[in-house]
Design a protein around this ligand. Structure first.
Ligand code: FES
Length: 251
């Protein structure tokens, strides 16, 4: 992963001002936290600032967030430079692509997705394409490993990618009509692509269909909710009271 630094001075705007709408939104977020804990709103406010500022946070924007929250500039700078969700330099106008390059995605073809970025956007990460529309970078695990390989664009994830389906995702952003986020191979969320393989046999028998269409009905919701013994009924005999303590006799 690249070292995360602020953009060079020549790319930094001189100032940042919250839009009226975003300032009101930020104040509403701050009001959700108890007095003295307003700094807890820093991440959502930085995200909103990034959305307002063409997909990246400038040094002036970081200072504006710190001033709003009464934080030291260095504290907000630490947060903006730590999380890869925050971009520190100008990015593509239509899409900034974050390709996961951590082990599960690597094993499932992340390099091929990166190769598409290299040939279609720019050879190097964190460089804007010639038309200014796209940029890309490799990031660490984005938490959708079960649907590897995957990439995040703005705040949506595109999963179960192949080079071909990823090209289609980029085509969608280029034409202003992005595809539905999530798996791009037709499966539902993280369910098996081969169909349901567990909780399908109605009780105790081993599942017969390892892949393919389920052959037996799924357990109904009522099945596991049958009334059973109350939890405090014990099968073993109640314990006897302890024998009198001989040392206490005669007292
Ligand atoms: S390893 Fe790629 S999302 Fe987790």
């Amino acid at each position: 992963m690249a070292v995360r630094r602020l953009a060079p001075k020549e790319q930094q705007p001189a100032s940042f001002a919250f839009s009226e709408e975003n300032l009101a939104w930020a104040k509403a977020q701050i009001a959700k936290f108890p007095a003295g804990r307003q700094q807890s709103a820093v991440i959502p406010i930085l995200w909103r600032v990034q959305e307002q500022h063409d997909g990246w946070v400038s040094e002036a924007a970081i200072r504006a967030v710190a001033d709003l929250l009464g934080m030291a500039y260095i504290r907000v700078l630490e947060i903006a430079t730590f999380y890869t969700m925050f971009q520190l330099a100008p990015v593509g106008k239509k899409a900034h692509v974050q390709v996961c390059g951590t082990t599960p995605c690597r094993l499932r073809g992340a390099q091929e997705i990166i190769d598409v970025c290299k040939h279609r956007i720019h050879h190097d990460p964190l460089h804007v394409s010639a038309d200014g529309d796209f940029s890309w970078e490799e990031v660490e695990c984005l938490g959708a490993c079960v649907n590897a390989p995957m990439a995040m664009i703005w705040k949506d994830t595109y999963e179960d990618l192949t080079p071909e389906s990823f090209e289609k995702v980029l085509d969608g952003f280029a034409s202003g009509n992005p595809p539905k986020p999530g798996p791009q191979n037709g499966r539902q969320f993280a369910a098996p692509i081969t169909g349901q393989a567990t909780l399908i046999n109605g009780g105790g028998k081993p599942a017969k269909n390892q892949g393919g269409t389920p052959k037996e009905p799924v357990l109904s919701d009522a099945e596991p909710k049958k009334a059973s013994e109350v939890a405090n009924v014990q099968e073993r005999p109640a314990p006897k009271p302890p024998a009198d303590d001989a040392t206490r006799k005669g007292k």
